[in-house]
Design a protein around this ligand. Structure first.
Ligand code: GLC
Ligand code: GLC
Length: 648
């Protein structure tokens, strides 16, 4: 086996030695005009070709035409390197000097829809002062590419990766926006929807027209034979929309692989053309100034008969291949993986060679779990056992996003705490739908599957945390508690390390918006309940602490200031601490010599912590950096309901 690997390294250098002169010849004119770009390209290629070759060989080594496709890929890469604008080349140089820049405690993310938050790209431009006021340094604009109407899964059905959806603006405006954001210290983050295109993408249209080269880019089958074989082992993702993973299209008399909606056609990465074409789209967007790509639905990109077709080794090879390509052409680029799967699988996407960033769906789900149960056992266990990441990577920690909440904790972990995963998920779904007695939440079920009992939850942070119910049915006391819950969740996200990401609207406590039920294109997708348009009144009240949005906003700003003022909150080193109280989460953060102790009370009751918990962990109980804990004469520490405390 070892000999085989060594051989491949030798093959790689041989292949490069053969292909480079061809490339040089094909690009004579460009090289003459811009010799520096060529020099940099070759230097980067020499550093990363070996890895790229190994991956390409793993994916396509059995194809007689592998080298033909590899040569084409190198051509596209070189072309993109020449097209890379000067300011982005400068950014590449800076980030190569400072590769861990994203681990700084100054980094703060925000995410929004262009149309819902600001109308269009010009509107987003006009909001830059607001983003700065909030402290954002990372702005994820939800998919804004050309998309079918009226249905497009919130833009996750892409009809062209090179065109902005017309009502939102143009590609030139997007590039300009990226420059303006960068000048203000904000990195533009966009989705790269790699698993599928819309059925109106040029590739899909040509496939429909019968062009065999384009049909080969998708999973298209004449009858049920192959789909039936696959479906024996597949999970249903959007069972409300269609059962299984395939859709019948009468016009082409074929079944098409559609993991998500029937208008989202899965690409077939076993075809190297798909890998190459998507690499070109990726580099094109990198050259428009995108700094971070959110790689959508990464778990699903490779299919293999007899498997779940999720999280397969080849999916990782594809992502690493894309990563190697960016290292050569646009090394400032970072990837963030969106893998909302079992925690054992989530971490496999995270490494400097694959995705440097990843959503932390486990932390998110367990924050909500702890609010419901007033128990931090699962969360603390997750921090202890599943939080540590490889060097050079970071979690993106979040409270809510545009999607539903899936209870993706590990059943094995839960069992060790005596919790039955299946029953517990049922409880959580009942709780967040507001059907469990005493529940404060107003959530909406998503993709309830009667066959499996599976269900996920939609709802805004504020409505799930109890604000909606408190305002409508209860009173000021409950409102107070709901505000505290909203802040508690954000407190953990701001202090746990990695990149905290705010779902814009949550900072002013936006409630559920049920108007989606009247909109035929959204009424079957409850996620729209938490995708409301920005509330102009709420935003205009944000600086007025006598209003509800103002109160939440002010305190949210304090949390942001807290993060930005404590260098100890940078990086991702975290140690879970047993607080001896089932409701109080404790963890220590450590960065460049600064140590901090974080305590968060997940209950509406006061909780006592013995003094020695603070002292045992070598923290100074007199050095309270945040929050208002009370010390009894005995030394016992009293934490008020939903208290958030930081000791130095
Ligand atoms: C991701 C997106 C989700 C979308 C799906 C299909 O999971 O976050 O909104 O429905 O991919 O693209
Ligand atoms: C699937 C994806 C997940 C996404 C969801 C869309 O479960 O794995 O990423 O959140 O669909 O709601």
């Amino acid at each position: 086996m070892k000999a085989g690997i060594l051989d491949l390294h030798r093959e790689a250098s041989r292949v490069l030695a053969r292909l480079l002169p061809n490339l040089e010849q094909a690009l004579t004119v460009s090289i003459k005009e811009d010799p520096q770009a060529w020099k940099t390209f070759v230097r980067h290629l020499e550093a990363h070709f070996d890895h790229l070759f190994q991956l390409y060989h793993l994916l396509y080594g059995t194809r007689y035409d592998m080298l033909f496709h590899l040569e084409n890929l190198l051509k596209s890469m070189a072309k993109a390197a020449f097209e890379r604008p000067a300011d982005l080349r400068e950014l590449d140089r800076q980030r190569e000097q400072d590769p861990l820049w994203f681990q700084s405690n100054q980094v703060l993310g925000g995410v929004c829809y262009v149309d819902l938050f600001a109308g269009n790209l010009q509107g987003i431009r006009a909001k830059i002062p607001y983003f700065k006021e909030l402290g954002l340094t990372y702005l994820h604009l939800m998919p804004l590419f050309k998309m079918p109407e009226p249905e497009n899964d919130g833009g996750y059905a892409v009809s062209s990766f090179r065109e902005v959806h017309l009502p939102l603006g143009t590609m030139a405006e997007l590039a300009q926006l990226s420059r303006e954001l960068r000048a203000e210290g904000i990195s533009l983050v966009l989705d790269l929807v790699i698993n599928h295109t819309s059925n109106e993408h040029e590739w899909a249209l040509k496939a429909k027209a019968g062009d065999p080269d384009y049909r080969d880019m998708y999973g298209i089958f004449p009858d049920r034979t192959v789909p039936d074989l696959y479906e024996k082992t597949l999970r249903e993702i959007f069972p409300d929309e269609h059962p299984g993973a395939f859709t019948w299209f009468e016009d082409i008399k074929s079944w098409v692989w559609t993991t998500f909606h029937s208008y989202q056609w899965d690409l077939d990465y076993s075809n190297p053309v798909v890998f190459n074409r998507m690499s070109e789209e990726l580099l094109f967007l990198a050259n428009q100034g995108v700094e971070i790509f959110r790689l959508d639905a990464v778990a699903f990109i490779w299919k293999e008969l007899g498997t779940s077709c999720e999280n397969l080794p080849e999916a990782h090879a594809i992502l690493q291949g894309f990563n190697a390509i960016t290292r050569v052409v646009a090394p400032s680029i970072l990837f963030k993986s969106e893998a909302i799967v079992h925690p054992d699988e989530v971490v496999k996407y995270i490494s400097p060679e694959e995705c440097q960033l990843s959503y932390n769906p486990l932390l998110m789900a367990l924050l909500w779990n702890s609010l419901a149960t007033r128990e931090v056992n699962l969360l603390s266990q997750a921090l202890e056992e599943r939080f540590e990441l490889p060097e050079g990577t970071a979690w993106v920690n979040y409270v809510r996003c545009h999607d539903d909440i899936g209870w993706t904790f590990s059943d094995e972990d839960a069992a060790r705490l005596g919790i039955n995963g299946y029953d517990h998920r049922r409880f959580l779904n009942e709780f967040y739908r507001g059907r469990f007695t005493g529940s404060f939440a107003r959530g909406v079920p998503f993709q309830e599957n009667p066959k499996t009992g599976d269900c996920r939850i939609s709802g805004t942070c504020a409505s799930l945390a109890g604000l909606e119910k408190a305002l409508i049915e209860e009173g000021p006391e409950e409102v107070e508690l709901a505000i505290k819950r909203i802040l508690l969740l954000h407190f953990v996200v701001m202090t746990a390390g990695g990149v905290p990401l705010i779902y814009l609207g949550d900072e002013i406590a936006t409630l559920n918006d049920y108007s989606y039920l009247e909109d035929p294109k959204h009424k079957n997708d409850s996620r729209w309940v938490h995708r409301p348009a920005a509330d102009p009144e709420g935003y205009s009240q944000r600086l007025d602490a006598s209003t509800l949005p103002g109160r939440v906003y002010n305190q949210m700003r304090e949390l942001i200031e807290l993060r930005k003022s404590l260098p100890g909150l940078a990086g991702g080193k975290l140690e879970a601490i047993d607080t001896r109280s089932g409701s109080v989460l404790g963890f220590a953060r450590l960065h460049q010599g600064e140590r901090l102790l974080i305590l968060a009370n997940f209950s509406e009751r006061e909780h006592a912590i013995p003094e020695w918990v603070v002292q045992e962990n070598k923290f100074n109980h007199k050095k309270v950096l945040f929050g208002e804990p009370e010390f009894m004469e005995s030394g016992t520490l009293w934490l008020p309901p939903y208290a958030c405390v930081v000791f130095g």
